[in-house]
Design a protein around this ligand. Structure first.
Ligand code: PRX
Length: 678
């Protein structure tokens, strides 16, 4: 394991911001003191069965009560919650609110163009979801089948997820920024027979050719027999191939607007979502019904401090876990209004988020540090025209938030009256696991602070696996015992699940992140401990995926990809490529560099665009042929200059031990290439 991220972890000194008292006319926070948090947290760890048993009864509606609350362990890899209970996620997110209050607004869809939005009631969601559920049944989808969803940010994306949940089908949402190859691999892996997609998507004034991309993917997925196509733009030039392709509007129009909910066992799968790991092959993280639903319902309620009339604005895409948990399942299970935002924060200008907050009276707002940094850079004047008075909670997710961005969020957006919640979690944890609670937790800019209920956090020595107890320690972040929303498996590959998360440190769930526990017991996330997973603008990807895209280019012999620090995006992608000998003269050829870039974009998606590609005669390798990424990362980040290469001692100081390098001369050549290529 590469642990240089963890050595020399800086002493953490930070100002402390006590929770803001509720303003006149605002609700009292659900958890309103540290004592209350501590008491509940201790109960949740000491007796999780009683704590979560009660919470599951209070927050969810069950078709059949559960028996044993929790069973299994990380050691055995058989974690289960709320055994033998029967529940339906769609019923909890839609029906129970629609039956009580059909006119209450469930979703506000803010379209790409700022003057267009639509408010959709719980009653309408119930009817639309039911119609689509009946269409899915008509095309043979049954409980346990997997349905692929490749949709833009339109309400129909949410209907598609909920329609699957309603009939017990497992949805596999593929982010609409993924390429045809990525979509194909995910549909094949999940053995999907049905795809739900749209003609085109709109984002920041641009059109995304979803159906065309889907068709390319489908050409190599013969098992997909039906493609349901929603018309987002209605462009007549979009390809359509009956009988495989059917129009969403034609099909739903003919279905009854009610469909009964399938009673699901608590441990039946609800969805899978692919995420990047340390190999090139993405893994389908599998979440089950009751545990996931309880996790997101409870975290949304307590962390965003949701009350009956609140409007929750999570700016993520439903194609990522943040969208699943905090646009769809969490807010809807709580019966509040959730915002679905089709556009980007800078379209048509950098005031877009704030216009949205003002117009829809958003009470809790959730975005990523990369967006906060970009907006901060564009200037405070973009906030001036808007009234942000309704905001109470501002959330951050996806990567560490630097203190400067935190302060800007707190002062300029929150006007020093809102709680900032820096929420740490992962696709695999399903819901937030380390976070402040508004109303209770004093915050420190840059720290995700303290664990959520039921999350028994441990800091381990990466080498020995021993627990580092007490305060002022840095190691890898692990969890000691299961909590309801933790992923149960990797689709069709339980062994990989065990190997990735549960076997590195027996008895613990291993997050893959480094962490410091400071003198007050607060947690500071230090990023991934392995260098083969990188985080660009909160998007997690594996270096192996990008490398495998590059080596598929005819000119590329070998590729090594590293993440370097980037002020805006957190990390940025730098690729080192060696060329096949017959192509060597083209090494600095711009056409070649452009071709390699587009190779990555078309194999993964535009969000994986490299910041820089360096063509080099050789890569630094050990005698056994292993690429030394540590060296590449430092050279790429500009930590080593051309003059440093001349002095062995300086080089050792900057790059560490180089004696294992097969050819020490390679470093000088690399530094030169980086200095001369742009
Ligand atoms: O490295 C951590 C980082 O994002 C990883 C999880 O990525 P993903 O599964 O794509 O989910 C992203 C949204 C939950 C983590 O292993 N990460 C996430 N939130 C934070 C964070 N790093 C620091 N602080 C956070 N608040």
């Amino acid at each position: 394991m590469t642990t240089d991220l963890l050595t020399n972890a800086p002493e953490v000194e930070a100002p402390v911001f006590p929770p803001r008292p509720p303003r006149q006319g605002r609700p009292t926070p659900h958890i309103s003191s540290m004592d209350e948090y501590k008491k509940m947290y201790e109960q949740s760890i000491a007796d999780p069965a009683t704590f979560f048993g009660k919470m599951a009864q209070d927050l969810l509606t069950w078709f059949k009560p559960f028996g044993k609350v929790t069973f299994g362990s990380f050691k055995e890899g058989n974690v289960s919650w709320f055994l033998d209970g029967q529940v339906n996620a769609c019923y909890n997110c839609v029906d129970r609110h629609a039956l009580a209050n059909p006119d209450k607004i469930a979703i506000i869809w803010e379209a790409d163009e700022p003057n267009q939005h639509v408010s959709i009631s719980y009653g309408t969601v119930l009817a639309e979801v039911s119609r689509l559920a009946n269409v899915l049944k008509k095309y043979g989808v049954r409980k346990g089948d997997t349905v692929a969803i490749y949709m833009p940010m339109v309400p129909e994306a949410v209907y598609a997820m909920l329609a699957c949940a309603r009939i017990g089908a497992v949805h596999s949402v593929v982010f609409a920024g993924f390429s045809a190859d990525a979509l194909r691999d995910r549909m094949l892996d999940a053995k999907c027979k049905i795809l739900i997609t749209a003609d085109q998507g709109k984002r920041g004034g641009k059109t995304i050719q979803l159906k065309k991309i889907a068709d390319e993917a489908l050409a190599e997925c013969p098992s997909v027999h039906t493609v349901i196509v929603f018309q987002r733009t209605g462009d007549a030039a979009v390809p359509f191939h009956p009988p495989r392709d059917v129009w969403w509007h034609d099909e739903t129009m003919n279905q009854r607007p009610y469909c009964p909910c399938e009673p699901m066992n608590s441990e039946d799968p609800l969805f899978m979502l692919y995420t990047s790991g340390s190999t090139g092959k993405p893994k389908g993280v599998l979440h089950t019904t009751a545990g996931y639903l309880l996790g997101v319902t409870a975290t949304t309620k307590y962390i965003f401090d949701l009350h009956e009339d609140d409007v929750h604005g999570c700016m993520a895409d439903v194609g990522w876990i943040t969208g699943h948990s905090y646009i769809v399942y969490g807010p809807l299970a709580n019966g509040v209004t959730t915002i679905l935002f089709e556009s980007i924060p800078t379209y048509p200008n950098a005031g877009r988020y704030w216009e949205l907050v003002d117009k829809h009276k958003v009470t809790s707002f959730y975005t990523a540090p990369t967006a906060i940094r970009a907006l901060r850079r564009l200037g405070d004047e973009h906030l001036q025209p808007y009234n942000l008075d309704t905001l109470r909670v501002l959330g951050s997710v996806g990567e560490p938030i630097n203190p400067e961005a935190w302060m800007w969020y707190y002062k300029v957006v929150g006007r020093e009256r809102c709680a900032i919640v820096d929420t740490y979690w992962q696709t695999e944890t399903g819901s937030i696991i380390i976070t402040p609670l508004p109303g209770a937790t004093p915050s420190k800019p840059g720290s995700a602070t303290l664990p959520f209920f039921g999350v028994d956090v441990a800091v381990l020595d990466p080498q020995t696996g021993k627990e580092l107890v007490g305060t002022g320690v840095t190691g890898v972040l692990a969890v000691r015992s299961s909590f309801p929303s933790i992923a149960r498996s990797i689709y069709d590959n339980h062994e990989r699940y065990m190997d990735t998360y549960l076997k590195p440190y027996i008895g613990y769930y291993f997050t893959g992140d480094g962490v410091t526990r400071d003198k007050d017991g607060y947690y500071w996330i230090r990023g991934r401990v392995e260098l083969d997973v990188i985080n660009v603008s909160g998007h997690r990807m594996s270096t192996a995926e990008i490398e495998s895209a590059l080596v598929q280019h005819a000119a590329c012999a070998e590729a090594a990809v590293v993440g370097i620090p980037d002020e805006l995006t957190g990390q940025a992608i730098v690729c080192f490529c060696t060329l096949k000998t017959h192509t060597a003269p083209q090494a600095t050829d711009q056409t070649l560099l452009a071709a390699l870039t587009s190779q990555v974009r078309s194999h993964i998606g535009p969000f994986a665009t490299p910041k820089r590609i360096v063509v080099t005669p050789d890569l630094p390798k050990t005698r056994s042929g292993k690429i030394m990424r540590r060296i590449l990362r430092k050279v790429a980040a500009g930590d080593v200059g051309e003059e440093d290469v001349l002095n062995e001692d300086v080089l050792r100081l900057k790059l560490g031990d180089l004696t294992t390098l097969a050819d020490p001369g390679v470093v000088a050549a690399l530094v030169k290439r980086v200095a001369t290529s742009q």
